[in-house]
Each structure stands twice: as structure tokens, then as C-alpha cells.
Design a protein around this ligand. Structure first.
Ligand code: MLT
Length: 206
């Protein structure tokens, strides 16, 4: 498996070993890259195709998916533009690799761009698992997410994301018609074993 540069994002692509499983779109956190979540993808969805782009925004040399003004304070024009750009990349990659709409699995900054793309371009993903997500836009568009499966996993000791913020995001998705499961785990911002097992279990719904 090598990093590919032909499409509009630098990315890694791992073809499916089991074609009936949905592909995953893996979206790393700040300072990660296209390699970061590949092993998580293999653990939670053995046999699924994996598509893993590298965020194009650099913050002190660290890749991200959109610009922020401070920790948890987002440049919302950039969020909108970058969410569009990511949804366009997904469409491009679906054509190039002949895959179905992916389930997005995002961590931290990757979860936040996935949340924004769900609200702005709901057709891009079959569903999404958002690990340590927060509300990406103060003024959220009125999206139609009818029947879309969304998993949100928060950390009770997460210093970056207030519980009310993740609750607000859950409410936005529910109001848009999505089928949302929100769990708060006894952990911080980092991922835990429970994230792996709960996400794997939830993916069996597809
Ligand atoms: C973000 O910028 O998306 C959040 O602050 C999470 C992160 O630090 O990546």
C-alpha cells in the first residue's frame, strides 16, 4: 500500500477484501496523516476498502482538515470550503476506485470536518462515526439526514470538548432526521479500546 497523489488529496487507498462491506473514509486528527488511522480501519472493519486522505491545511507543520483560530475556535468560512473540497474528493475517489459512498470515521479534527460535511454535503457519506467531535459551525445549515446512521463517541474527561457542545451536535443531527447514537466514555480526548469495540459493533449495522 502506498501513498497516492493523483486525486485532489494526498491519500492512501486499500482495496476491499470483502466487497459487501462498506468502504471507510478515515479522517485523522491534527498532526496526523493518511497513515494514521489505517490500522484502526483494519481493526474496526476487516475486509472493507479504506480511503484515507491527508488534511491540506498546515498548522505549524501539522496537517489538519480546516483552519482554526485557536483550539476549538474555527475559521468557519474555511470549514465550509474545506468540507466541500473533501466531499468533492470523495466523489472523485468513488469514480477512480469504483467504490460505494463511504462511512466516514473521523477522530478529533477529522471528526469535525466529517460533521461539517454531513451538514453541508450529506450525500457524501453513507454514515459517520465521529470520535471526539464538536459542533463545527455556529450557524448550521438545515440538512436532510433522514435515516443516516451516525455514531458520536465523546470522552467524559475530554479537556477540549465541553459535554454540552457534543450534545448540541447530537441534537442538530437528530433534528435533521439522522439515527444518532451518542455515548460518553470514561476517558479523555485520546482514543480508547472502547472506541474500537463500539465503533466496530456499530459498523455491523451497515
Ligand atoms: C479542531 O480543531 O478540529 C479541534 O480543535 C480538534 C483538534 O484540535 O484537532
Amino acid at each position: 500500500m502506498t501513498t497516492a497523489t493523483k486525486l485532489s488529496f494526498v491519500h492512501r487507498y486499500e482495496p476491499a477484501a470483502q466487497t459487501r462491506r462498506p468502504p471507510l473514509l478515515l479522517l485523522h486528527g491534527t498532526g496526523g496523516d493518511e497513515n494514521d488511522l489505517i490500522s484502526l480501519g483494519k481493526l474496526i472493519a476487516p475486509g472493507s476498502a479504506l480511503l484515507s486522505p491527508r488534511g491540506k491545511v498546515l498548522e505549524g507543520g501539522m496537517p489538519r482538515f480546516f483552519r482554526r483560530l485557536a483550539e476549538g475556535v474555527f475559521d468557519e468560512d474555511d470549514v465550509r470550503r474545506r468540507a466541500d473540497e473533501l466531499a468533492d474528493f470523495v466523489a472523485e475517489a468513488r469514480d477512480a476506485y469504483g467504490i460505494a459512498a463511504p462511512v466516514a470515521v473521523g477522530f478529533s479534527n477529522g471528526a469535525n470536518i466529517a460533521a461539517a460535511a454531513l451538514l453541508l454535503r450529506p450525500e457524501a457519506f453513507a454514515g459517520a462515526a465521529l470520535l471526539r467531535a464538536m459542533t463545527p459551525l455556529a450557524q448550521s445549515p438545515a440538512a436532510d439526514l433522514s435515516g443516516k446512521l451516525i455514531l458520536i463517541l465523546s470522552g467524559a474527561m475530554d479537556q477540549m470538548i465541553p459535554a454540552a457542545n457534543a450534545e448540541h451536535l447530537t441534537g442538530l443531527f437528530r433534528k435533521a432526521g439522522a439515527d444518532v447514537q451518542h455515548r460518553t466514555l470514561p476517558t479523555g480526548h485520546g482514543l480508547s479500546q472502547a472506541d474500537v469495540s463500539l465503533t466496530k459493533e456499530w459498523l455491523a449495522r451497515f
